[in-house]
Design a protein around this ligand. Structure first.
Ligand SMILES: [Zn+2]
Length: 302
């Protein structure tokens, strides 16, 4: 499914979520109004509140303000005496930031993006919670890696004003490549980009399913704002699939100027021998690619 369709679908779901929350709230209030004492209090309260709001357009009416507060206190006491949670008097939206509108201050809310990302990622083992740069413990990093973190942090904060959009993170097992990718994913998600994280293994499987016409999720990888591929080189090489789809993916994203992060413990020479000249020339192009090497021992386990 393409991104626009997904967005329309999520918008629809958000609208339904809001309506449901409002309906539930209305039903709850109606049920309380069965008691005429509550009904009278509640009606006076909403009436006073409206009057007070009107007054604020000119000069705040202090007397009305107190009246509203008194009525609110009475309602609260009424509910507390009956062990009823007063929070239910307002619609209970899932996202307290945007009240399930999906928009906050003219920008798309994080909840909407995370929903979109979830739908796009689809894969069961896809990351949904990512680590943050703040969590990387500087004391455990050697000078090389400290510098590496600075480089990617700067890249994330400057994007899209960056020239290199293919970032290769190279390092042996246990040097924290995945952790660095997670930091990048988190940072870019926070900046409201559609981020997809896949292990090379998952990506290979998506390509295989696409190749035999069983799933079309692979197409989402071509257009995601940011793509992160973890552990390139650990996937099996499938004939007519692995090399072809990887090249297509990297090449298409380069043409559209979309950033791709790849972590691997292969050297560039090994990439050439494992894949082919075309992939090597895409990833090894010094004008388009940035190579970052990690050398510290595992940062999370110590
Ligand atoms: Zn939200």
């Amino acid at each position: 499914m393409n991104k626009h369709k997904l967005i329309a679908e999520i918008k629809q779901n958000f609208m339904l979520k809001r309506l449901r929350a409002q309906e539930q709230c209305d039903e709850f209030v109606e049920s309380l109004k069965q008691d005429s004492a509550f009904k009278e209090m509640y009606n006076s309260y909403t009436k006073a509140q409206i009057e007070f709001l009107k007054s604020t357009f000119e000069k705040e009416d202090v007397e009305l303000k107190h009246q509203v507060q008194d009525l609110k206190d009475k309602i609260d006491k009424y509910l507390a005496d009956r062990n009823i949670d007063r929070i239910k008097l307002n619609p209970q939206y899932e996202c307290p930031i945007c009240n399930d509108t999906g928009v906050v201050g003219g920008r798309i809310c994080k909840c909407f993006l995370s929903e979109l990302n979830k739908k796009i990622s689809l894969g069961a083992s896809s990351q949904t919670e990512f680590s943050a740069f703040e969590k990387s413990d500087e004391n455990l990093l050697n000078d090389n890696d400290k510098k590496a973190y600075e480089v990617v942090k700067t890249w994330c904060s400057k994007y899209p004003l960056v020239t290199k959009r293919n970032i290769n993170i190279i390092g042996g097992a246990g040097t924290g490549k995945t952790f660095m990718l997670e930091c990048i994913a988190n940072e870019m998600l926070n900046r409201n980009y559609v981020v997809i994280y896949k292990t090379a293994f998952e990506l290979n499987e998506m390509a295989r399913l696409y190749h035999i016409g069983k799933s079309y999720d692979f197409a989402d990888l071509l257009t995601a704002d940011v793509l992160l591929i973890d552990d390139l080189g650990t996937e099996p090489i499938l004939k007519n699939v692995t090399v072809e789809y990887l090249y297509n993916l990297i090449n298409t994203r380069q043409i559209h100027n979309l950033p791709t992060f790849i972590s691997t413990n292969l050297s560039l020479e090994n990439i050439l021998s494992r894949y082919d000249e075309r992939i090597f020339s895409r990833l090894g192009n010094k004008n388009l690619s940035l190579n970052i090497s990690l050398t510290s021992p595992d940062k999370r386990l110590k």
